[in-house]
Design a protein around this ligand. Structure first.
Ligand code: GAR
Length: 189
């Protein structure tokens, strides 16, 4: 059975969707949810989904404690789903081509430091973009710059608020992220 670990900092709607997808499929298990935010809603979701969770701070992430846990788990894929800290190079090097992130925009536009969650959608709205979308990509040492795996766009010409854009984009995330993860796991086997 393939092992997935998820890193999330906030609500965790993607984390939940991935867990439910693989509960149904049975081809992989989410074996741990890691968060840097002790108040994150993802922790509640982990509890009712019955997935063990792990809270860590920035030092533990950057000074090897999280890497040590990952080495014990030996995941087949590390999924960043709304994870807002910079991911350390030491982990990326220890798990080459096994760390993936979802970004709520069509990279290379609207990426980089500070571009996360609703901030991205506000910027997209401000620039009167006709479309936005999602990018799933490998993680490297620069924010939002790793090799693209998957992109999908959506028309937002009629959207009047960042929240509306977020909702429309969220549908794409829910629809495609688990499928892309599943494909990556098959490719890696
Ligand atoms: C998602 O929209 C994800 O694309 C975004 O955070 C949200 C997390 O939602 N990620 C980034 O902005 C990363 N730069 P969730 O916690 O409900 O899954």
């Amino acid at each position: 059975m393939k092992k997935i670990v998820i890193f999330a900092s906030g609500s965790g709607s993607n984390a939940e969707n991935i867990v439910l997808h693989f509960n149904k499929k049975g081809s992989a298990n989410v074996v741990r949810i890691f968060t840097n935010n002790p108040n994150a809603k993802v922790l509640e979701r982990a509890k009712y989904l019955d997935i063990p969770s792990e809270i860590f701070d920035r030092n533990e992430l950057n000074e090897g404690k999280v890497l040590q846990k990952l080495n014990e788990i030996q995941p087949d894929l590390i999924v960043l789903a709304g994870f807002l800290l910079k991911f350390p190079e030491s982990i990326i090097k220890a798990f080459p081509n096994k760390v993936v992130n979802i970004h709520p925009a069509l990279l290379p536009n609207y990426g980089g430091k500070g571009m996360y969650g609703i901030n991205v959608h506000r910027a997209v709205l401000e620039n009167k973009e006709k479309e936005t979308g999602i990018t799933i990509h490998y993680v490297n040492e620069h924010y939002d710059e790793g090799e693209f795996i998957f992109q999908k766009s959506v028309n937002i010409e009629d959207c009047k608020s960042a929240e509306e854009i977020a909702e429309r984009n969220g549908v794409l995330e829910q629809l495609h992220f688990p499928e892309v993860i599943e494909k990556l796991l098959t490719r890696n086997s």
